[in-house]
Structure formats: C-alpha cells, structure tokens
Design a protein around this ligand. Structure first.
Ligand code: ADP
Length: 513
C-alpha cells in the first residue's frame, strides 16, 4: 500500500485489509484484528472470509469489482458481540486496489468504526419508542378523563382568571342550551347573571388558603332566556404562570328545589298573614262590637228595670240608642260578609250604564247626611277633552258610562267617609271626578291626620289600621273592600299621604264596553 494513502487512512481512523482474487489477505492495518470475528485470524496469508464471515456469499459481487464491473460495495452496521456490555459495530467498503508490483488487481476492504453512531441510533430509536408509548398512554388517559367529564351528570365549566370559558362538558351544554362553540372563549357572564358573586367566590378561594368552595347558589340564564338556579362548587388550578389560576366550576340545576323553598316560604308567609288577619279580626270584633253591644245591654236593662219610672221621651231615647247600635252592628256584619265574599271570589261584577256626574253628586249628598255634617265636601267634575269623533260619540251616549254602580258606591262611600272620619271638624274635603272616553279618575283629598309611612304598605290588608288612629273608631275593612271592588273593575288605586298634613286617594276605573 502506498505509504501516503496508509497515513491518510490512519488519520481518519479507518482500518483496512487487502485481499487478492482468492480472498487471501495480502496486507492489513494495525488494528484490523479488533474487527475480526475471531481475533488473531486476520493475518496476511489467511483467507479473509474466516475472520470476516460477512464476505461469504458475496464473492461474486467482490469479483465484479475486481474485474472493473462495479466501483464498490458497502456493508453497513456489522455487529460483533465479543463483550455483551460493549457491542462493536462497523461498516465495510470494498473497492479495487491496484497492486504496484504486479499487474493483477487486489481488493481493498476499508473498515470504519460505527459503534458510536449505531449506539446513538439505537438509543434514539428506544427513546422514540418510549415517547410513543408515553404519548399513547397520555392519549389514553386524556380520552379516559374526557369520557369521565362528558359522562358527568353535573355541568362542568373551566374559565381563565378573567372568567373566559375554556372548557365545557356535555351536561353544561344541555343545561344552558348552548353548543360548545357558543360558550368557548365567551365570558362566564353569558350564563351567570350574578357573575360578581362568582367573582367574589374566586377571590375568597385565593385568599382563603385555597379551600374548595361549595354550594354557591346563583341564578343563570339559558340560551332560551329562562332563568335557572344553579348550585356551583368552585376550585382553582394554578396555571403555568405563577399567581394565575384557571377556575373549575361544577354546577347542578337546583331550580326545582329553589321553587319548592320559595313555595314553602310563601305559604309560611301566608299562614303568618292569616294568623295576623285573624288576630286583627278578633281585636276589631272586641272593639267594634263591644261598644254597641254594651249600649244595647245597658239600654234594655234600664228599660226593663226602670221602664215604669222613666218618661216616654227617655224611653224613646233609649230605644233610639238600641236601634242605632244594632244598625251599626248590622253594618259591620254586612262589611265582613261583603269582604269575605269578595275574598272568596263570590262578589259579583255587574257593569251597567251609569250617569257618572249625577251618581257622584247624589252620593256626596248622602255621605254628607250620614257622615259629613261637620265637613265641607267639595265636588268637582271635569270632562277631559277628547277627539272630535270620540266627542260626537260621547254626546250620543249622554255621559253614560258602563261600570258597576253597586261596587262604585262601596268604593266612593268608604273613601269619602274615611276622609271625613280622619280629618278635623270644619276642614275641607275635595272630591274630583275626571272623565275621558276610556276611564274615570276619582280623586279624594283631605287635610286629616295622614297615614304614617310605616303603615302604608299594609293599608289594604283586611282589618289593618294605622298606628295613629287613636280613638277614632274603625274596623280596617273599608280599604280592603275598596281594593277588591277596584280590582273587579280592572282599575287601580293609589294614594299619597303625609302625617299631620292629609291624604289623597286616586282611583282609576276603566269603562266597560
Ligand atoms: P277603618 O274602618 O279603620 O277606617 P279602612 O280600611 O277604611 O278602615 O282604613 C284602614 C286604615 O287606613 C284606617 O284605620 C286608617 O288608619 C287609614 N286611613 C284610611 N283612610 C284614611 C285617611 N283618609 N286619612 C288617614 N288615615 C286613613
């Protein structure tokens, strides 16, 4: 071998051996033994196929190189396992080698150590296999978790710190009526009405040693606009960024339970109200029936025991007392009966044409006689302007309006008699009737004791009386009756009042057809 070429191969750490056409080794490099199958056999004069059995079976190929038909032949990744812990790999390249001395060509077999390359390749393959195994294990566990989440009966929502929805499960989509794309990347406020509540809950979670928050009941809106109650538990997951959390909400529809609770609360309140009404009824009974009953008892006793001694005039006076006390009690009983039939829906509504101005004028006169001898009741009628066509029509009907005169009498008598009862003697009471084609508005204004603000909300409840009535007699029935009569007309009643200054009631009654 050319010394220069040998030197070159030495620097590249390439070993070699040269064989003739009988595969007899002619020359070897120093370390070629290292790669021989049986070390010590790769010596000049020996058959190369003994130390390198890889050459067996490829003699024809090698010969074709020798006769110039083929430039080279390469065998890659040949393994030697003399020491199992230290495998040896090498590549062999066979090329023609021209002999300097004789004319016959030889074969040059170059050997390059491929151990490092192969070991690395193998470890890469192993790592790739491991990574594949890990990836499929991860995919399997993700699939498993996805199945668990999607088969959950409870709704699951995951949001960012800012409340933007990142994940929803099937139950959440069913519960809120939205599809997944309609929720993902949208704020939680899209479904949670009281989002501030959840916001506070999140903050509490972070501040309170990260304990799991349960049973946060909030109102949510579905896609159909329905409001539902959802009980949420909330926990946080630390994201890759320190201090930033994702929030996991697990919610359950508790609307039915909430409704039941509400119904129970309403029926409890009703029961309580009934109890109050009952107690107010008995106290009214004691007060309002007590006095006339005593009068009757007292007068009849006098008549019985001293009938022969008292004058005819005195007898007439006592009988008058009995009569008016009995009338008062009969009136009370009438009111109680009227209210109870109104409350049980038995009060009849019989609309018929009424000449309103005349009706009110007469009613004011009768109130003046029965209650208002010491007050000035000023009646004022105002017809509001209407369209010409409507005007012509109303001319034709001569101010007749369709409403229930009997119920209207209850309304106005009660309001006017109250105005009288709760106002100082000689004070003015204003009764104003405004009419247009659709409705009548009755306004009754007094300058009386007024109604304390604390009593105003309960004023239309049966037997309820304001705290400032003092010794002024009353049953607390009148306004309840008024309210029922107004309701039967489909009308409205409202009032404004200031204690010590007076009260104004306004009743609006629409006309029937
Ligand atoms: P009563 O028989 O007690 O007058 P009502 O039902 O007619 O019963 O009225 C209920 C309560 O409303 C009265 O007890 C009184 O406290 C208050 N009230 C009604 N009308 C007036 C008014 N014009 N001025 C002051 N208080 C009034």
């Amino acid at each position: 071998m050319n010394p220069l070429f040998r030197k070159l191969l030495g620097t590249r750490q390439t070993e070699y051996f040269v064989v003739n056409h009988n595969f007899i080794i002619q020359e070897t490099s120093a370390e070629v033994q290292h790669y021989a199958d049986t070390p010590g056999d790769a010596l000049p004069g020996a058959d190369a196929r003994i130390s390198f059995p890889e050459l067996v079976g490829i003699e024809n190929i090698l010969m074709s190189i020798l006769i110039g038909r083929r430039p080279s032949f390469e065998l890659k990744g040949i393994a030697r396992f003399a020491d199992n812990n230290r495998p040896l790999y090498f590549d062999m390249l066979a090329v023609e080698h021209e002999n300097e001395q004789d004319t016959a060509s030889n074969l040059l077999i170059l050997i390059e150590d491929a151990t490092e390359k192969m070991v690395m390749k193998q470890s890469l393959i192993q790592r790739a296999n491991e990574a594949n195994l890990l990836a499929s294990a991860l995919a399997a566990s993700k699939d498993y978790i996805d199945k668990v989440i999607s088969s959950m009966g409870d709704a699951l929502l995951v949001t960012t710190t800012l409340g933007i929805i990142k994940t929803v499960n099937q139950s959440a989509q069913w519960l809120f009526g939205y599809s997944e794309p309609e929720l993902i990347d949208h704020p939680l406020s899209k479904i949670v009405v009281e989002e501030t509540l959840l916001y506070q809950a999140r903050h509490r979670y972070i501040l309170s040693q990260k304990e799991f928050l349960r049973e946060l009941e909030v109102i949510c809106t579905t896609k159909a606009g329905e409001e539902i109650w959802v009980e949420f538990s909330c926990s946080a997951i630390q994201t890759e960024l320190e201090g930033l959390y994702d929030f996991v909400y697990i919610g359950r529809d508790v609307t039915e339970r909430k409704q039941e609770e509400l119904e129970i609360r309403i029926s409890l309140a009703k029961e309580q109200e009934l109890r109050q009404v009952k107690s107010r009824f008995f106290s009214m009974l004691a007060h309002e029936f007590g006095n006339p009953l005593n009068t009757v008892l007292f007068a009849t006793q006098i008549l019985k025991e001293y009938g022969d001694e008292i004058t005819h005039e005195e007898k007439k006076e006592y009988l008058e007392h009995v009569k008016s006390a009995s009338k008062h009690m009969a009136q009370l009983l009438d009111d109680v009966r009227l209210l109870s039939s109104a409350e049980s829906g038995k009060l009849q509504f019989n609309p018929a044409p009424v000449e309103l101005q005349k009706f009110c004028t007469e009613l004011v006169e009768s109130v003046k006689i029965s209650y208002g001898k010491n007050h000035a009741i000023n009646f004022l009628y105002r017809k509001l302007p209407a369209s010409k066509k409507a005007d012509r029509e109303s001319e034709k009907t001569q101010h007749w309006r369709t409403l229930d005169a009997k119920l209207l009498r209850h309304i106005l008598t009660n309001l006017l008699s109250n105005a009288v009862k709760y106002s100082p003697i000689d004070s003015n009471i204003y009764f104003q009737l405004n009419c247009d084609n659709e409705k009548a508005t009755f306004k009754i204004k007094d300058a009386g004791i007024g109604i304390p603000i604390e009593d105003q909300a309960q004023l239309f409840e049966s037997y309820y009386r304001a705290q400032n009535v003092g010794k002024i007699p009353g049953t607390g029935l009148g306004l309840s009756i008024v309210k029922q009569c107004v309701d039967l007309h489909g009308g409205q009643i409202e009032f404004s009042s200031e204690t010590g200054l007076g009260t104004t009631f306004i009743v609006t009654i629409p006309f029937g057809k």
